[in-house]
Design a protein around this ligand. Structure first.
Ligand code: TYD
Length: 136
């Protein structure tokens, strides 16, 4: 799937002097039903996550706290997204390699996913990913 279909989505934000609130409904604010949620936290300085692609999985990545960079790569082009806003999410399509780097201290990378965990859906090897990605 082309890189330009991966984009930042603005999420609903209820601003309030007591603190802001953002909500996400599957199928309404994002174009898939939510089957799984996971989050990365306590990421040590300099650590890198991701380094894989997915065959079918669709995801929304949100920096619910702090900031980090998500580098998306469709095998032809790369695009860097700096996420630092809890009321925005990055939509990641299938057949995109992602690297997640530059985590700020205390940051939380919150991910909504369209499927349950399935190791068979992963490309862990970049060369194998590239072979299939360039066919798209
Ligand atoms: P991985 O997806 O490689 O993490 P990241 O993309 O954040 O760097 O997953 C790391 C490990 O956690 C791997 O052994 C698979 C396991 N895991 C699950 O068991 N369930 C899940 O939902 C996820 C995302 C990972």
């Amino acid at each position: 799937m082309p890189l330009n279909e991966c984009q930042i989505i603005k999420l609903p934000k209820i601003s309030d002097p007591r603190g802001n609130l953002t909500f996400i409904e599957g199928g309404a604010h994002i174009p898939f039903e939510i089957k799984r949620v996971y989050y990365l936290y306590d990421v040590p300085g300099g650590a890198e996550r991701g380094a894989h692609g997915h065959r079918e999985l669709r995801q929304l990545i949100v920096a619910v706290s702090g900031s980090f960079d998500v580098i998306l790569n469709d095998g032809k082009k790369k695009k860097n997204f700096h996420l630092n806003n809890p009321s925005e999410g990055l939509l990641v399509c299938p057949m995109i390699w992602r690297d997640i780097t530059n985590f700020s201290s205390g940051s939380v990378c919150f991910v909504l996913a369209s499927k349950e965990y399935d190791e068979e859906d992963y490309y862990r090897d970049y060369a194998s990913f590239l072979i299939d990605a360039v066919k798209q």
